[in-house]
Ligand binder design. Structure first.
Ligand code: ADP
Length: 364
């Protein structure tokens, strides 16, 4: 057939032309980034481009497609495309550099030759994105369901058994207030997250004073620190530190980091908020503002650190919920820092406290 490298011709004077045509076809296929191969009407593999040879091996030409493609779903698709002369798609699973890869194989009839062209398209990222979305919806539903179930239960109790008991009523209303607050915080954090994600590609240009924002956060969290018996110190917040940023988002970064430090450190500990400027920082390749929130709390085990910024990831779910956490605070911080082209650095040792540093590009 015309698309085969092994194509031979009886006519000597057209042989040169055919070879040139085959080289051209091979060259064209090799230039295509997606693994592509041709199955001849006999079932043998004809042309295969570079990407396909990388995937299935160099010596596949001339072998029967069943021994190369192997996976039943794909074999069925090729067979159907072959017999019914119509395009058929099938999933093909493989591993590449120890990573699971999902490919979509498009099998299309080649007319008038009678062969099949198989083109593989990498669907891994798409499938992973789908999985992340499904997990996220499942997590949100679960997080909302718990306080909602509690609220419904207490409403029913107040309508029935506790209707005429003022003490129980008071106590149940207190719990209902707490649960409703939890849902409110969760919805608030979800909205923040979606707002930050929506404009993550838009880099802020307005110049703001990070010192002033950090000072405001320190004073607004003084009551929470007092309630938790945590002392807060600050360093370097006196002189202005100008950076291109969204002021509300930066306030949220400082607040989330400070709230965590105060919440998770426990009574009698201390939290420090410090800000310094470096004229030439390797991360920003220029001036940078470095804001650090450090605590003397229990610290975090190294195995959790890389996952802390994932949505709903908590070291101790029960404790986080008890303390009013939504599991979204650090995910929001990470997205805001990304939008500002900065970096979040987490250092911690169990028993020795934690340091969360945000490195942001600063004004020259
Ligand atoms: P949460 O709403 O649960 O606080 P975050 O995303 O803000 O969610 O934090 C994720 C988890 O990281 C927390 O549940 C907690 O286990 C851990 N964590 C965050 N900050 C600290 C800290 N300063 N000290 C100890 N653990 C922390």
């Amino acid at each position: 057939m015309g698309l085969s490298n092994h194509a031979s011709t009886n006519s000597t004077h057209t042989g040169g032309k055919d070879n040139a045509k085959n080289d051209m076809t091979q060259g064209l296929l090799d230039a295509m980034p997606r693994p592509t191969l041709v199955i001849e009407p006999s079932g043998k593999l004809g042309l295969a481009n570079k990407a396909a040879r990388k995937m299935f091996g160099e010596a596949i030409q001339g072998r029967h497609y069943i021994t190369v493609l192997r996976q039943p779903v794909l074999l069925d698709a090729v067979e159907k495309a072959m017999s019914e002369r119509e395009s058929v798609q099938a999933r093909y699973l493989t591993t590449e550099a120890q990573r699971d890869v999902t490919l979509l194989a498009h099998c299309a009839p080649i007319e008038p030759d009678g062969g099949i062209l198989v083109v593989f398209e990498d669907h891994t990222a798409l499938e992973e994105a789908g999985q992340i979305r499904r997990d996220f919806v499942a997590n949100v539903s679960h997080e909302l369901k718990t306080p909602l179930t509690a609220l419904i239960g207490f409403v029913e109790t107040l309508q029935g058994a506790a209707r005429d008991d003022p003490d129980s009523r008071q106590r149940f209303l207190g719990i209902m207030h707490k649960e409703a607050g939890r849902m409110n915080r969760l919805v608030g954090d979800l909205l923040s997250l979606s707002r930050v994600e929506a404009n993550e590609r838009v880099r802020p240009t307005t110049m703001i004073d990070l010192s002033a924002i950090a000072r405001a956060a320190v004073s607004s969290l003084a009551p929470l620190a007092g309630e938790n018996d945590v002392s807060v110190t600050s360093d370097g917040l006196e002189s202005p530190c100008m950076i291109p940023a969204d002021p509300d988002q930066l306030a949220q970064v400082v607040t989330n980091l400070m709230e965590n430090a105060i919440k998770y450190s426990g009574k009698g500990t201390s939290v420090s908020v410090s800000l310094r400027r470096e004229d030439d920082h390797p991360m920003t390749r220029g001036p940078a503002a470095i804001l650090t929130v450090a605590d003397t709390g229990e610290g975090i085990d190294a195995l959790h650190i890389p996952r802390l910024t994932e949505r709903f990831y908590r070291v101790d779910s029960h404790r986080s919920r008890e303390l009013g956490g939504t599991g979204l605070g650090l995910a929001i911080v990470k997205h805001i820092v990304n939008r500002h082209r900065g970096r979040l650095k987490i250092e911690s040792k169990p028993g020795q406290g934690s340091r969360f540093s945000v490195i942001l590009p600063a004004a020259p």
